[in-house]
Every structure is written in structure tokens, then in C-alpha cells.
Write a protein that binds this ligand. Structure first.
Ligand SMILES: [Zn+2]
Length: 377
């Protein structure tokens, strides 16, 4: 089954190809060019001048959770500070939930994201924090998400000794979870795991063949970025508080700086220094960090809008960061891009250009979405 899409008013490909038409064949893009040269296809869809771009690649979410933190959010908006310890509330609810309940939460949020143009999504464990609950979180995530990350080192469970817990995470827990995931991550932050503890977990994960990611520099300057670059992590996420040395380190490495502006707004932190990172030559991704505590949104468009209006990124930089940037943070070349051979993940805006994502903030602009070559809405 092939589909010829014509009438594209503005085509963002993140690649060398250009045109006003493209052909989907099965789950892949087969051709991109000008409609006058288009090959024959089984079906034809005219998008009537709308903008087409790759589906969003959301490279950072925490969707395997149960429970609700509305009250904590409300208290924060009333002036109470955010701390890493709120994660324990979600851990208790997640442990108490059934497999079916957890799977339903993941399904609901992936569907919600897809409706808004997110066609590729990473998600993490990290609300189990014991061997059995981390394994089941990874299994449930792997059934539905495109990429899965082991985040046993999210928080030391309350009442447990930190070094004993680190030994469990990099030992028995890692052994049990590793076959189910591609990535390992640590929350390297005051109140979570320090440099040495984070490094111990990541080195054990690398020895098991997992790719590395780091949550770092969210609540203040710290060793997260330095550790991520030192170990060749694919991405260091948050990057809210960076020193000049951190920016230099990112600019001269392959580690992507993944910015999570919805989280910074929702925890009343500063927004990350996107302009300084880009000007220094670092690779920047944008992701939602969708989770019930610090960033309860699945809207990549909101992140793009914020990046443009408040972080001084251009529209083109922000859209790239939320598509190709996310793909690079996940070391994928088949998504976040429109070119022959790429996955047919398309986002059609009800607008003539991507500029409208920032020009019309808060307006739902998703017109239609194709995922793996199938039209989903
Ligand atoms: Zn996170």
C-alpha cells in the first residue's frame, strides 16, 4: 500500500531532500520531491497547503507510574520548593498498582502524545526501585514504547542506605532489567545520587552493553554533565544550570544536551541556557519529561513554543531539536527525519508553516499524523 501526499505548503525534512510531495510505501518514506515528478501510488492525499514535518521524537518521558501529585503541584505553585524526594510518592503508588493498571497508564499517555504529533517515544523505569518492580516496569514499557531506559538509580528508596542501594542497582537489578532495555540512566543530583554513585551504576550498565543517559544539572550546577561527557553518554538531560566548563564540554562532545523546559516551568526553575549551548556548537534536543511529579505534559508543541518564545531558539532550531535532536539523543537515524528509507512518521500542521507553532502559542495545530506509514488521526 503506497500513499502519495501532495499540496505540502512547507516541508521540513531535516535532510538534504526537498519538495512539495512525498510517497509513503508501507512503513517507510519511499520518495520525496516535486509533485510533477511523483511516481504512481495506490492512494493520493492532498494536504492543501499545510506544513508537513517529521513526527515529534520525545526522547525523555517517565510513563510507567501510578497515582497523582496534583496536591504537590498545587503546593509548589503556592510557593513550596521542589525537591527530588517527591518521587517516593509515585514509587509507593506504582508498587501498589497492578500490571494492567500500569499498562493502561502507559497506553493512555502514548495515545495522548500521538494525537499531538509524537510518533516516537522513549520511556523509563524508575518508580519501582526494587528488583521485581523495576523488571515489571521495564517489561510494561517495552510492550508499548519505542525505546526503554532503566532508571533504577532514580532515588534511594526512603529508609535504605545509599551505597547498599547502589550495589543492588548495579548488581542484581541491572542483571534482571538489562535484557529488557537499551539504555541506562541515573539521576545525578543533590538528594539523589552523587558523582561516584552515578558513575558506578553507569559503568556497570555500559559493561552490560547498555547505552548511557544522565539526568543532570536540574536543580543546580553539579557533576552530571561532566560525568555524561566523560563516559560518552548519548544524552544528558535537564541542563538547567550549566557552568561555562559544562557548555564547553558539551560543545566538544557527542553527548546531546536534552532540554526539558516544561519541567523547569512546572518546578519554577530557570529555563536552560539553550542559546549559549547552540552558540557554542552543542547539539540540543527538546523533550517533554512527561511524568506525574515535575512535568505532567505530553505536549512537544508546548516545549517548542517555550523554547522559541522564552529560550531564544529560532523556530527552525526548536523544531529540529524536537525531531532530529531527539533522534540523535537516542542514537536513531530512521526517525526525526524525512528522506527515502526513513520511518514514515509525519506530522501535518493545520497551518502553512512551522512558524505558527510559536506564532500561535497554545493553539492545537496538529491536523493529521502518520506513524509507521499508518494514518492515526
Ligand atoms: Zn526525567
Amino acid at each position: 500500500m503506497s500513499v502519495l501526499i501532495t499540496g505540502i505548503g512547507e516541508l521540513t525534512t531535516n535532510s538534504e531532500v526537498t519538495g512539495d510531495a512525498l510517497v509513503i510505501d508501507g512503513a517507510e518514506i519511499a520518495w520525496v520531491g516535486n509533485a510533477g515528478n511523483a511516481p504512481a501510488a495506490d492512494e493520493r492525499v492532498d494536504v492543501e497547503g499545510r506544513a508537513v514535518l517529521p513526527g515529534w521524537v520525545d526522547s525523555h518521558t517517565h510513563l510507567v507510574f501510578a497515582g497523582d501529585r496534583t496536591a504537590e503541584f498545587g503546593a509548589r505553585m503556592a510557593g513550596k520548593p521542589y525537591t527530588a524526594g517527591g518521587i517516593a510518592v509515585t514509587v509507593n503508588a506504582t508498587r501498589a498498582a497492578t500490571d494492567d493498571e500500569l499498562a493502561a497508564v502507559v497506553r493512555k499517555h502514548i495515545a495522548e502524545a500521538l494525537k499531538q504529533g509524537t510518533t516516537f517515544i522513549e520511556t523509563k523505569t524508575g518508580y519501582g526501585l526494587n528488583v521485581a518492580d523495576e523488571v515489571r516496569s521495564a517489561r510494561i514499557a517495552a510492550e508499548q514504547a519505542d525505546e526503554v531506559t532503566f532508571l533504577g538509580a532514580h532515588l534511594v528508596p526512603p529508609g535504605e542506605d545509599a551505597d547498599t542501594y547502589v550495589d543492588l542497582v548495579r548488581g542484581e537489578m541491572l542483571d534482571a532489567v538489562a535484557p529488557l532495555v537499551r539504555w541506562a540512566d541515573v539521576f545525578c543530583e543533590k538528594g539523589a545520587f552523587d558523582y561516584d554513585q552515578s558513575k558506578a551504576v553507569l559503568q556497570a550498565a555500559a559493561a552490560k552493553g547498555l547505552g548511557l543517559r544522565v539526568h543532570g544539572n536540574q536543580l543546580g550546577e553539579g557533576p552530571g554533565v561532566r560525568l555524561a561527557v566523560e563516559l560518552g553518554a548519548a544524552s544528558v538531560d535537564h541542563c538547567t544550570y550549566l557552568s561555562a566548563a559544562d557548555i564547553d564540554a558539551l560543545a566538544s562532545s557527542d553527548t546531546v544536551a536534552t532540554l526539558l523546559p516544561a519541567c523547569d516551568l512546572s518546578t519554577r526553575q530557570s529555563l536552560p541556557p539553550a542559546r549559549a549551548l547552540l552558540d557554542a556548537g552543542a547539539t540540543v534536543a527538546l523533550a517533554s519529561n512527561c511524568n506525574p511529579g515535575s512535568s505532567y505534559t505530553s505536549s512537544m508543541a508546548f516545549c517548542v513554543t517555550t523554547a522559541v518564545l522564552q529560550m531564544r531558539m529560532s523556530v527552525e532550531e526548536a523544531v529540529w531539536a524536537a525531531t532530529a535532536g531527539g533522534a540523535q539523543a537516542l542514537r536513531r537515524t530512521d526517525v526525526g527525519v524525512i528522506r527515502p528509507g526513513a520511518r514514515a512518521d509525519l506530522h501535518v500542521l493545520d497551518a502553512p508553516s512551522i512558524t505558527h507553532l510559536a506564532y500561535r502559542p497554545g493553539v492545537p495545530l496538529t491536523h493529521s499524523v502518520w506513524r509507521r506509514g499508518e494514518r492515526t488521526n
